[in-house]
Write a protein that binds this ligand. Structure first.
Ligand SMILES: C[S@@+](CC[C@H](N)C(=O)[O-])C[C@H]1O[C@@H](n2cnc3c(N)ncnc32)[C@H](O)[C@@H]1O
Length: 192
């Protein structure tokens, strides 16, 4: 199963350009909340757009993904841009992050519900979680077709019961579907 998963993502990243990888909107929008120093993790980082933002901000940044192709590309990009990123092939389902390890964790477009407790615990007290991913309520067909990879209404809030919410957005199907945050939910939360 893991091999299949790795191959699927390797194929996806084979021709991708890490320089084109962008940080997620929730991190870009709330980057002013980041601490000036500390340890950050981009979990299931892909090409590492979030890792690059955090490393550029001055955080000592780890970036983990199951795809060796993505990690190789991110390493080369980080080196060429002189960004302090420790990029590592790591299956986070087999090896979740250790407790009390990070000041910031970012998770974008990756949803493994069984990992939520470990992610919560991996924050240091006062640490911040930025999470952005697809919701089942959607105004068009962007995002994964499998509902298991999409959040139910308010699910992101329920996944991290031990955290204090700093900011949350989920606009579902309300109002003008051409405006606002659609198809996704954003959470910024801190470990008390
Ligand atoms: C949709 S991509 C998102 C990548 C990145 N977070 C972004 O926003 O660009 C999902 C990522 O999760 C990674 N992934 C899937 N299962 C994983 C696992 N068990 N451990 C680590 N990474 C995993 C995939 O390799 C892929 O890079």
């Amino acid at each position: 199963m893991t091999d299949e998963l790795t191959q699927k993502w390797n194929a996806r990243y084979q021709d991708a350009d890490p320089a084109a990888s962008r940080p997620c909107e929730v991190l870009k929008t709330f980057a002013y909340l980041l601490p000036p120093e500390g340890r950050a993790l981009d979990l299931a980082c892909g090409l590492g757009g979030n890792a690059c933002l955090m490393a550029g901000h001055g955080l000592e940044t780890s970036a983990w993904d199951v795809s060796p192709v993505a990690i190789d590309r991110l390493r080369a990009h980080a080196e060429s841009e002189n960004l302090p990123i420790e990029a590592k092939v790591r299956d986070v389902q087999k090896e979740p992050p250790e407790s009390d390890a990070f000041d910031v964790i970012v998770v974008a477009y990756f949803l493994e519900r069984d990992l939520a407790a470990a992610i919560e615990q991996a924050l240091k007290p006062g640490g911040l979680l930025f999470y952005q991913t697809w919701t089942r309520e959607a105004v068009d067909d962007r995002g994964p077709g499998n509902p298991a990879f999409r959040l139910a209404p308010n699910e992101l809030l329920r996944l991290f019961p031990g955290l204090r919410v700093v900011s949350y957005r989920e606009e579902g199907l309300f109002g003008d579907p051409a405006r606002g945050l659609r198809n996704e939910a954003w959470l910024v939360a801190t470990r008390p």
